[in-house]
Design a protein around this ligand. Structure first.
Ligand code: PLP
Length: 457
C-alpha cells in the first residue's frame, strides 16, 4: 500500500501516534500536526495539500544539486542491482568508496588525502574525536587529549557530537558529556564585538580565546581545536576573515591539531569545494556529510590529513572504530554521481562568482532596511537575517525565538521554506538557485517580514 491511499489527516494521525521526530517538542507536535512533504522537483518542495514551497534550506543544508535528479536515482539503482552492500571491514573493499576516496582527496586541500566513511555528520565527528585522541596516543602522548570547541557550536547529536558542540540545552539533557572538552567564545561580531572594535580586531580577539584556553590547559594536554568554518545551526555566524588564519597559526604554534567541521559548508556552499579553501587554511581533519550526496543517500566522509594518516600507517595497531555502513557502496555511487553534477554544472564557481555575490547584494538592498531586521549577512549561499525589535539599540523581542518563528511561519505560508533559530532567520538554498530564484525568495521574505511586523507591533 502506498501513502496515496491515506488522507492527509490519517497520515498526520499515524505520524502523531508512532513517529518521534528529531529535535521536537512532542507535546507541541501532537497539538499542531506535522507538515507532510510528498515530493520535490528542482528548487521546490510540495506538501500533501499541493502547496509549492521554494526550499530556502536545501532540505537540511544538504540538497545542493536540487531535487528530481534522475541521474542520482539511476546511480543508486545500478549499484543496488550489482552490489547493494558489502563491508569494508576485514581487509575488504568495494569499488565505489575506493573511487570516491580518491576523488575527495583530489578536491580537498593538498595535505588532506585520506577518507574515513560513515553515514552521518554526527558519526563522522565521533570518528574525528576518536581519531585525534588515537593519533596522540600513537605519538606517545596519551595525555594530550583535550579538545577545544566553541560555545553555540553544533557538531551533531550523538554523545560525542553533543559533547563537542556548545549547545547548553543539549548538554543539560545529556547529563554528562565526554570528558576533556572545553568551549570558548564564538567569533560573532554582531553580539560580541566591543564598541569601536573593528571586525579584523574582533576576529583576532576571538582567536586569542583559543590560545588562552590552550595555555590555560597546558599545550601538552591539548589534542585539537574543532570548529565549523561558519557556524550553521548556531545561526550562520560568519567569522571575520582574520579569525581562521590566526586560529591556524595558534594551533601550529602549540602543536594542536586543527579539525574543521564542514558538514554544512562542504561541497560548494561557500563558493569553494570546502570552506577551508575560502579561508585559506589547511586543517588536519575535515568532517563532511550532507551535500556529499546532496542528501539523496546518508553518507559522511571524514577527510584526514597526511600528518595523522602517516602516523596511523607508520605506527600501526588497530584503530578500534568503524560502522557497518562505512563506505556503503550505494551511498558512495550516489556521491560520485552527485560530484559529477556539481562539477559538470559548475555550481561551485557559480556560487563564488555569480549567485553568492548576487545573494549578498539582494539581502543588503532588499532586506537589511526592514524595520524588523538588525543585520543581514551571507557567505556564498548561506545567509542569516537577525530579527530585532529596535534596529538602533539591537534590542530583541521578548521570549527568545518567538519573533523569528512568526516570520518563519509567514514565510512558509508565502511559499518559502526558511528556518528560525533563536532570533535568526536562516537561508541555505540549493546551489542551483539562479538570480531569478533569489529575487523570488526576497519577494517572499519581504512579504513575511511585513506580515510579521503587523503581528509583532
Ligand atoms: N556538524 C555540523 C556542522 C552540522 O551542521 C550537523 C548537522 O546539521 C552535524 C555535524 C551532524 O550531522 P548529522 O545530522 O548528519 O548527524
Amino acid at each position: 500500500m502506498t501513502y496515496q491511499n491515506y488522507s492527509l489527516k490519517q497520515l498526520q494521525q499515524i505520524d502523531a501516534a508512532h513517529h518521534l521526530h528529531p529535535f521536537t517538542d512532542h507535546k507541541e507536535l501532537r497539538e499542531a500536526g506535522s507538515r507532510i512533504i510528498t515530493r520535490a522537483e528542482g528548487p521546490y518542495i510540495y506538501d500533501s495539500e499541493g502547496n509549492e514551497i521554494l526550499d530556502g534550506m536545501a532540505g537540511l543544508w544538504c540538497v545542493n544539486v536540487g531535487y528530481g535528479r534522475n541521474e542520482l536515482a539511476e546511480a543508486a539503482y545500478r549499484q543496488m542491482k550489482e552490489l547493494p552492500y558489502y563491508n569494508s571491514f576485514f581487509k575488504c573493499s568495494t569499488p565505489t568508496p575506493v573511487l570516491l576516496a580518491k576523488r575527495l582527496a583530489e578536491l580537498a586541500p593538498k595535505s588532506v588525502n585520506q577518507v574515513f566513511f560513515g553515514s552521518s555528520g554526527s558519526e563522522a565527528n565521533d570518528t574525528a574525536l576518536r581519531l585525534v585522541r588515537h593519533y596522540w596516543a600513537l605519538e606517545g602522548k596519551p595525555e594530550k587529549n583535550r579538545i577545544i570547541s566553541r560555545r553555540n557550536a553544533y557538531h551533531g547529536s550523538t554523545v560525542a557530537g553533543t559533547s563537542l558542540g556548545g549547545m547548553e540545552p543539549m548538554h543539560k539533557q545529556l547529563g554528562g558529556a565526554v570528558p576533556n572538552i572545553v568551549h570558548v567564545m564564538m567569533p560573532y561580531a554582531y553580539e560580541l564585538a566591543l564598541p569601536g572594535e573593528s571586525d579584523h580586531e574582533f576576529g583576532l580577539r576571538a582567536a586569542k580565546a583559543v590560545e588562552d584556553a590552550i595555555v590555560e590547559a597546558g599545550p601538552e594536554k591539548v589534542a585539537a581545536f574543532i570548529g565549523e568554518p561558519i557556524m550553521g545551526a548556531g545561526g550562520v555566524k560568519i567569522p571575520p576573515m582574520s579569525y581562521w588564519p590566526e586560529v591556524e597559526r595558534i594551533c601550529r604554534k602549540y602543536d594542536v591539531l586543527l579539525m574543521l567541521d564542514e558538514v554544512i559548508t562542504g561541497y560548494g556552499r561557500t563558493g569553494e569545494w570546502f570552506a577551508a579553501q575560502s579561508f585559506g587554511i589547511e586543517p588536519d581533519t575535515i568532517t563532511t556529510a550532507k551535500a556529499l550526496t546532496s542528501g539523496y543517500q546518508p553518507l559522511s566522509a571524514l577527510l584526514v590529513g597526511d600528518r595523522i594518516a602517516r602516523t596511523l600507517v607508520e605506527k600501526g595497531g588497530e584503530f578500534y572504530h568503524g560502522y557497518t555502513y562505512a563506505g556503503h557502496p550505494v551511498a558512495c555511487a550516489v556521491a560520485l554521481a552527485n560530484l559529477d553534477i556539481i562539477e559538470r554544472e559548475g555550481l561551485v564557481d557559480r556560487v563564488k562568482n555569480d549567485t553568492g555575490p548576487y545573494f549578498a547584494q539582494a539581502l543588503r538592498e532588499r532586506i537589511a532596511d526592514h524595520r524588523l531586521v538588525g543585520e543581514v549577512r551571507s557567505f556564498g549561499l548561506m545567509g542569516a537575517i537577525e530579527i530585532v525589535r529596535d534596529k538602533a539599540t539591537r534590542e530583541r523581542f521578548e521570549g527568545e525565538g518567538r519573533a523569528a518563528v512568526v516570520v518563519r511561519d509567514h514565510a512558509i505560508a508565502s511559499g518559502l521554506m526558511l528556518r528560525a533559530t533563536g532570533d535568526t532567520m536562516i537561508l541555505s538554498p540549493p546551489l542551483i538557485w539562479t538570480r531569478e530564484t533569489i529575487d523570488l525568495a526576497c519577494d517572499r521574505i519581504v512579504k513575511a517580514l511585513d506580515l510579521a511586523e503587523k503581528d509583532l507591533f
